[in-house]
Structures are given as structure tokens and as C-alpha cells.
Design a protein around this ligand. Sequence first.
Ligand SMILES: C[S@@+](CC[C@H](N)C(=O)[O-])C[C@H]1O[C@@H](n2cnc3c(N)ncnc32)[C@H](O)[C@@H]1O
Length: 257
Amino acid sequence: MNLNDKVNDYDKFAKKRHYEVTNGMKKSLRFVEKPMMISMLPNLEGKRILMLGCGTAEESEILGKYNPKKITGIDISEKSIAIAKASYPTCDFYVGDMLDLPFKENEFDFIFSSLAISHVEDKDRVFKELYRILDNNGELLFSVGHPIRFATEKINHNDTSYHVIGFESGSNGKHVLGNYMSHSKQVNYFKDNEVLEEFIAPPSYFFETLMNNNFIVENFKESRCIDECKEIDEAYYERFKELPQFMGFLAKKQKTN
Ligand SMILES: C[S@@+](CC[C@H](N)C(=O)[O-])C[C@H]1O[C@@H](n2cnc3c(N)ncnc32)[C@H](O)[C@@H]1O
């Protein structure tokens, strides 16, 4: 598979995405995912940071506030990286695949990855690559979609659609709705015909894959919409205050010898 086959619609929508993120129009990032990630950040003073799957790299503005030594970004979408380079000239940027990173052993102290690792099926190989390029005791903070949101089954009833996880009572438990425990491909359709493929898995899958690759999980969070959203979109706020959209993991590289 070459790089272009893995880009999803990120090249096509790079310009629009940059505009929407910089203008606070992506509610899921502004009110849910980024507040969760910021609340999990370790001390970044003097650190060499890699933003993995940085897209158009608006997150460099958040990370830059914590006095790191250097910020580098990598993404598989060429168009996103072109925008990132033009917008954030103090950072270094690369086009590349997280399964085969163009970096040396021990090159980074901290890896920040927002909503990117879920696009790759072979997470074991991703964590092996991240282990390799992190320095001893280096840390990895990443977010992915929460299966309670993504592993639901859509059913239509009386002109209303419902996203359901559970089982149909009365069918001996045989009719199961959703696939919470599986590591499985989800195809998500967004506005303007944007299509994104992800491989969603439950928290236990990530804990196990991280531990198998000599990472110690230091923190785990399920996202909760912040109060600031209430005035802007109350329905969105009520929904994502109670139902996690994302989950975040902070893990430390454990030296093996
Ligand atoms: C949801 S976007 C997140 C962008 C940015 N981190 C943010 O939070 O705004 C996911 C990003 O992951 C990138 N991506 C997907 N698969 C990748 C891979 N195999 N290697 C590197 N980047 C990848 C996409 O191109 C996209 O820019």
C-alpha cells in the first residue's frame, strides 16, 4: 500500500480543516478532545516534542506555550503539511507514515498524537516505532475515538435514527448491537461527503498493546465536554458531557535493560 492510499480525505479537506480549527468551529476539538489532552500534559519545559499525525498543526500553538526545546510534526497528508509549514515556521515538518518514521533512536522526549493512531490498523507496530524514537523515560500522550461512540450500530425507527450498543432482549441475547470489544474498521461519513476510516478498539486493547511494548500507562481519561460549550450548543454539551467521545492515554517508555 503506498502513502496516498492511506491519506483518507485529509488532503482534500486540509484547507477547510485548518480554517475551521483556527476559528474554533470544530466543537469536538475545542470543547472535548483538546481540553482532555491539555489536562493530561506532563512538564514540557526543554523537551524535544514530536506531533504525530499533526495534520495542519494548530496543536503546535498549544504545545509551544510550555517552553519546549523544539517541536517537530509529521503527517501522511502532504497538503496538511504544506499548510502547517506555511502557518508555523518555527516548527520542523515532515511528510511520512507513522509505521515507518524517518527519525533516529531516542530522538524525542515527548510524543503528542491527537486522533491519528486510530487511523492505523497495526497499533503494535506503531507503538514499537514510538518506543524506538523516544528517549529513555520519554512519554507518549495520545487520543483515539471512544468505542462507546464509534462501535455503535445505527438503527432507524419511526423516522429517527439511534446509535445503539447493547442487545435485543427476548432474542436469547443472540442479537447484539454494536461491537465494543472488537478491534474493527469503522467508516465514518461527515459533512460535505468527507469519509474517514478508523480502527476502533476498547481501552483494554490499548492498555495491553502498550504494555506488550514496554510502556507503563501513567494516566487514562475518557473525554467530557467542558462547560464553556453549554452557551454555544446545549444539545452537544448535554450529549458529550455524559457520553465519552474520545479517550486519552499517557504512557512512559520503560527502559528494558
Ligand atoms: C483527525 S486528524 C488529527 C490532526 C491533528 N492531530 C488534530 O488533532 O487536529 C488525523 C491525522 O492523522 C493523519 N494520519 C493518518 N494516518 C497516518 C499515518 N499512517 N501516518 C501519519 N499520519 C497519519 C491524517 O493525515 C490526519 O492529519
